[in-house]
Design a protein around this ligand. Structure first.
Ligand code: AMP
Ligand code: MG
Length: 487
């Protein structure tokens, strides 16, 4: 039986204890008028926290970091990172704090972390604050990702602070309480490596192994094994992004976790019409983080991680490089295998269909979608109907009907399973126009559209009557969608 829910919050401080050089004790800024905007009650319960407590004034003080349990020491975490390819040694939590770690009902250690809690020594020119709209956006999109089965950090709560934040205009401020299996980033390893402190780097790697891959602690070459484990998990993660049509938007090395949970929901967006070159971020002019580039960027980031681990992999540098390069070469085949397995599932193909048949079938359907500007999510969902004898939901979306028919004939000959397809092809994703609509209402004080959308996204595969507008593509007048970092 699990422990009873409690208002007594007992944090561990393993990160700060193991890695004091990377943990600056710090306090949150005050929140003049805290008001709860969103709370994931089931996540609270998983953490052993009583939702009724979290709604109370003491709970809101915890969720904004303004009153922490006795003995708890929030810290700002130091990290480095390659931002759009250039190395910045001095990043870190400029507007965030790690309150500490909690043990969840499964016995797993989870970070409770705040975003928007005020300036820290890593704030550089920033104000340390966050805005209601973008924090609720992370709440919505990260929960949608979780419901879609994509590994991700979670959003426990969003609390409006009652303080205005200056962006282009004055906007209401908020703090997001985020839960993650850790906040270790590729950039954390870059920080430790750049410090030249070999002992710190070793402690960081041991900390990562203990938290994320305890079974490799006794491996022959544990640090090479750590790298390979992170690589495999990242290959699987990015394949999931591609399969659900997710564009992360800012895959800097400080935004790539060692746990391989999706992190940093600033400029992300989902594809409407399939477009392999899709970019939404206002600052990604070169398309470095475009949809189709994501596997390549993940591989590039993993190469940066490998570089930091070289001195731990082997004392002979040449040997270390050889081992790391060989490991890195596993990324492409692992990514491709994960992606193709996912595509076979989306197409409902039986396991015994050979990759040589499935692979061109998947490539050809994506070419058809790209050439005909077809809505990615509703097309794949519509394929289930095609199997059941009504081709319209998919076929009617494609201008090149002859092209669709020729492709569908090849595909149907393989006897796809419609019910299996409905379990992996979502009806509901956080469509950009719906997210914007909900955030606009929430910013103006009406939380109803947000709560409704959150409820829809919690069950993405379950088609429900009355929710047709949540399944439909963007209206024609929605136009090009632009997203922003650091909001
Ligand atoms: P991001 O683009 O969200 O990954 O942030 C990159 C870096 O900028 C991190 O070090 C953040 O902590 C920092 N940062 C972003 N926005 C702010 C802000 N408003 N105030 C202080 N630091 C910020
Ligand atoms: Mg970040």
């Amino acid at each position: 039986m699990s422990a009873p829910l409690t208002s007594r919050v007992t944090f561990d401080h393993r990160f700060a204890r193991d890695l004091p050089e990377m943990a600056v004790p710090w306090q949150a800024e005050s929140a003049p008028e805290p008001r709860l905007l969103a709370l994931d009650e089931s996540l609270a319960e998983q953490l052993g926290l009583d939702p009724a407590f979290l709604r109370s004034p003491a709970g809101l003080a915890l969720l904004t970091g303004t009153a922490v349990p006795e003995g708890a020491t929030p810290v700002a975490q130091a990290y480095s990172g390659h931002q759009f390819g250039s190395f910045n040694p001095g990043l870190g939590d400029g507007r965030a704090l790690l309150l500490g770690e909690l043990t969840d009902t499964d016995g797993q250690l989870r970070d409770l972390h705040l975003k928007g809690s005020g300036r820290t020594p890593f704030a550089r020119g920033g104000d340390g604050l966050a805005v209601v709209g973008p924090m609720l956006r992370e709440y919505l999109v990260s929960e949608a990702m979780h419901a879609l089965g994509v590994p991700t950090t979670r959003a426990l709560a969003v609390v409006a602070t009652g303080r205005d934040v200056r962006r282009e205009t004055q906007l209401p401020g908020a703090v997001l309480a985020r839960v993650a299996s850790s906040h270790l980033r590729v950039g954390s390893f870059q920080f430790a490596a750049a410090s030249g402190n070999r002992d710190l780097l070793t402690r960081l790697a041991d900390h990562a192994i203990a938290r994320h891959h305890p079974s490799i602690a006794g491996a022959d070459r544990p640090y090479l094994a750590l790298f390979r484990a992170v690589l495999s998990a990242q290959a699987a993660l990015v394949a999931r992004w591609m399969l659900v049509g997710f564009v992360h938007g800012v895959m800097n090395t400080d935004n790539m976790t060692v746990s391989s949970e999706t992190i940093d929901y600033g400029p992300c967006a989902f594809l409407d019409r399939f477009d392999s070159s899709a970019v939404f971020s206002s600052i990604d002019h070169g398309g470095r983080y475009a949809y189709a580039n994501q596997p390549l960027v993940a591989e590039w980031n993993l190469a940066r991680l490998a570089e930091t681990l070289l001195p731990l992999i082997d004392t002979d540098q040449e040997q270390a490089v050889k081992l790391a390069v060989a490991a890195l070469e596993e990324f492409r085949p692992q990514y491709s295998a994960a992606w193709l397995a996912g595509m076979k599932a989306k197409l409902g193909l039986p396991d015994d269909v050979a990759d040589e048949i499935a692979s061109p079938l998947a490539d050809d359907v994506l070419t058809l979608l790209q050439d005909n500007h077809v809505d990615y999510t509703s097309f794949f969902r519509g394929l289930g109907s095609v199997v059941r004898g009504d081709a319209r939901p998919a076929r009617d979306q494609v201008l090149d009907v002859a092209g669709f028919d020729a492709w569908a004939e090849r595909w149907l000959a393989l006897h796809p399973d419609a019910d299996a397809m409905d379990r992996v092809n979502p009806v509901y994703i956080p469509r950009n126009h719906l997210v914007e609509e909900a955030l606009t209402a929430a910013t103006a004080g009406d939380l109803e559209p947000l709560e409704r959308l959150h409820g829809v996204l919690a069950h993405p595969f379950e088609e429900r009557p009355g929710l047709e507008r949540y399944a439909a593509g963007a209206p024609d007048d929605f136009g090009a969608y632009t997203t922003y970092c650091g909001t």
